[in-house]
Design a protein around this ligand. Structure first.
Ligand SMILES: Cc1cc2nc3c(=O)[nH]c(=O)nc-3n(C[C@H](O)[C@H](O)[C@H](O)COP(=O)(O)O)c2cc1C
Length: 137
């Protein structure tokens, strides 16, 4: 299993409707490609984990990187893994600006500054892990 974690910035903020359309399309495609993961969004910043077979993940990441709706795409983590963090999802999603998230135990101050994560890939992976079933165990 192979995974890529990246950070990017929307060219302009996505509306709820645009995010939902992106998710619907992604879930259709990813299910077909055997790719799972999570997409985190906050005020125009994206943090996304893609996991699956290496060639499938790489080619999807290549396609996503070229998407004109975002830029400053930075690869934070690229490695192999024993198993998926998000087995049950073709693409999980959280809007980190959602106030209900702040009530979750362990909600980290880091979540308030996704842009800083560019220099802290381990912290970025911790956040993703937090939203996975493994993180809740
Ligand atoms: C932040 C971001 C994350 C994306 N994630 C995915 C994804 O996980 N899967 C996917 O198929 N497309 C994703 N896309 C969309 C792709 O860039 C591209 O528009 C889409 O795959 C095209 O699909 P189509 O060829 O079926 O129209 C993402 C785009 C952005 C801006």
């Amino acid at each position: 299993m192979f995974r890529i974690l990246y950070l990017s910035a929307a060219r302009r903020p996505f509306s709820k409707i645009e995010l939902l359309a992106l998710l619907e399309k992604s879930r259709q495609n990813n299910a077909r490609l055997g790719i799972t993961g999570i997409l985190l969004y906050r005020d125009g910043d994206f943090l996304q984990l893609l996991e699956g077979e290496e060639s499938a993940v790489r080619s999807l990441y290549h396609r996503i990187s070229a998407d004109p709706r975002h830029g400053s795409v930075r690869t934070l983590v690229e490695d192999t893994c024993e198993q998926r963090l998000f087995e049950d999802w073709s693409m999980a999603f959280r809007d980190l600006a959602d106030p209900t998230l702040k009530q979750l135990p362990g909600f980290s101050a880091l979540l308030n500054q996704p842009r800083d994560l560019a220099d802290h890939p381990d912290d970025a992976m911790q956040i993703v892990l937090y939203f996975s079933a493994a993180g809740r165990r």
